[in-house]
Design a protein around this ligand. Structure first.
Ligand code: FAD
Length: 485
């Protein structure tokens, strides 16, 4: 029997669940391929800390995600200290203002001059980007996204920088790798977004006490009646005035027919179930989206005494086997809580990350730990837990020309299939993903209100619910992976 719904949502990451929350009164059905919700937000709680292989920096309380954090009674702690720490050739330069880095880093005279010259250009585009990011009166978030994508959107960051001294090039390459790309793959504007958001905004973000995964877990529990785990969409087809989505679930194949659909899966996951539904123009737009890898290892340690990384949140590591080092225990400093060990995260991005795809977790850990030894030799003897996740598609980045896809992506398909997720936006983050979901939900609501609901609202009938599936979701949230382990 084909189920009937007003709206079906594919993917239960932050985007899919935000859309489901917005449309709760329309009784949405969310199909999620994996056995957990949260997608690229994934952590496992260890007391106030958590091992984490996904998103960790949260936006402010007055954002879409920030409001959900408050609504679910979760606690985020401001990240103290500086993001601008760089380890290079065995030296750790701490807490630097960006303009002082060329003088503090161990560089030759020529390398220093080249790095400083490029730094002035980069500062300018970061400032310009942040000015452009301020919404203008009567503008929609789609207007802002388009404006930001167009900014520096046709030129690669490498072309923008021009020739660099190899020592300067090494540092800018690491900054691009942090954003999952190489300098000749990513647009000037996308790097301006990184410089603007991460270094020039003055806001270092916040970490969630107990781990980022507590947010998707809370959303998943709240929406449990609507979510079907281990249920992968295998086909999406237009069907008269609606959409039919075929899926493979724990009990076999099924179909749901809905008036509208929100597709909240990463762009590389679209083709397997949507290839036939895409127009050539839409397929060409999706083709412009690039995703890159992050090979992540989360490291938990058990020390109770002070360590040299305690007051540092992040370190850029251009000449090590990972691109970034994060200390997620840093946000607990100043809360008065006794030290419970540390949780650190390292990741290798872009081509250097790609080279690690296909290696075993053990090989990746040995690769990462060899570099940890060079950075903090005292760390290894305190390690009690390692968790590695090689994300092949860790996130999207804006390649030159990416903005040309935007209008098509914002419109969706056939007036009834709408896209949501970080790749539909100008910047990779949980907040931008959630915002696109709010917009997609607004489109769906308008469509359904125009045509009248397919089914009486909030009146589930036998064909609309699968009690076994609801139980599976409940039991999953009953012993959630993000709870204390
Ligand atoms: C290592 C790392 C660090 C990050 N750090 C930060 C950070 O500090 N701050 C920040 O804001 N962001 C960060 N991000 C980015 C952030 O995690 C993402 O932008 C955001 O979580 C994307 O959410 P989404 O819902 O768009 O996609 P996803 O989280 O990828 O969710 C998509 C879901 O769709 C499901 N799916 C796929 N195909 C199908 C199918 N056929 N049928 C059904 N379901 C399907 C997937 O299983 C998944 O659950 C980080 C990401 C990574 C990987």
């Amino acid at each position: 029997m084909v189920e009937e719904r007003d709206v079906v949502i594919i993917g239960a990451g932050i985007a899919g669940m935000t859309a489901a929350k917005e449309l709760r009164d329309l009784d949405p059905l969310v199909l999620e391929a994996s056995d957990r919700v949260g997608g690229r937000i994934w952590s496992q709680q260890r007391g106030d800390l958590a091992v984490s292989v996904g998103a960790h920096m949260f936006p402010p309380p007055d954002s879409t995600v920030g409001r959900m954090v408050t609504e679910y009674g979760l606690e985020v702690l401001p990240i103290p200290g500086s993001m601008l720490n760089v380890a290079l050739r065995g030296e750790l330069v701490r807490d630097s203002r960006p303009e002082l880095l060329p003088f503090k880093l161990p560089l030759s005279v020529r390398g220093r001059a080249s790095f400083a010259r490029a730094g002035l250009k980069v500062k300018k585009i970061g400032d310009e980007y942040m000015k452009l990011a301020v919404p203008r009166p009567d503008e929609s978030s789609a207007d802002v996204r388009m404006r930001l994508l167009q900014y520096g959107g046709d030129r690669s960051f490498a072309d923008f920088l021009g020739p660099l001294h190899p020592e300067a090039a090494e540092i800018y390459r690491a900054l691009c790798n942090r954003t999952i790309a190489e300098p000749d793959q990513i647009s000037e504007g996308s790097m301006a977004a990184l410089f603007g958001h991460v270094w020039d905004s003055g806001d270092l973000g916040r970490n969630m006490r107990g781990g980022s995964g507590l947010l998707p877990d809370a959303m998943g529990r709240d929406l449990a009646d609507h979510i079907r785990l281990q249920t992968r969409a295998t086909r999406l087809a237009f069907d008269g005035a609606g959409v039919t989505v075929g899926y493979e679930g724990p009990d076999g194949a099924g179909e749901v027919r809905a008036r509208a659909a929100i597709v909240a899966v990463p762009a590389p996951d679209l083709a397997p179930f949507m290839a036939d539904a895409m127009t050539p123009g839409f397929a060409a737009a999706v083709d412009r989206i690039r995703f890159g890898p992050h090979i992540v290892t989360s490291i938990r340690t058990d020390e109770t005494e002070a360590m040299p990384w305690d007051d540092i949140y992040s370190i850029l590591t251009p000449d090590l086997g990972f691109t970034m080092f994060f200390n997620h225990a840093n946000a607990l400093n100043g809360t008065g809580a006794p030290k419970q060990g540390s949780v650190l995260m390292v990741y290798t991005g872009a081509d250097r990350g790609r080279a690690l795809l296909g290696k075993t977790d053990d090989e990746i850990q040995q690769h990462h730990l060899a570099s940890v030894d060079r950075l903090f030799p005292e760390l290894r003897r305190h390690i009690v837990e390692l968790w590695t996740l090689p994300w092949e598609h860790a996130g999207p980045f804006g390649a030159p020309g990416r903005w040309r896809a935007q209008e098509t992506l914002e419109h969706g398909l056939g007036g009834r299939v709408f896209m949501a997720g970080d790749w539909v936006s100008d910047f990779v983050s949980m907040e931008t993903a959630a915002l696109t979901a709010v917009d997609a939900a607004t489109e769906v609501r308008a469509l359904i209100e125009r045509g009248g609901p397919r089914t009486p609202k909030a009146k589930p009938n036998a064909t609309k619910r699968d009690p076994e599936a609801a139980k599976r979701v409940q039991s999953f949230f009953g012993d959630s992976s993000s709870r204390e382990g």
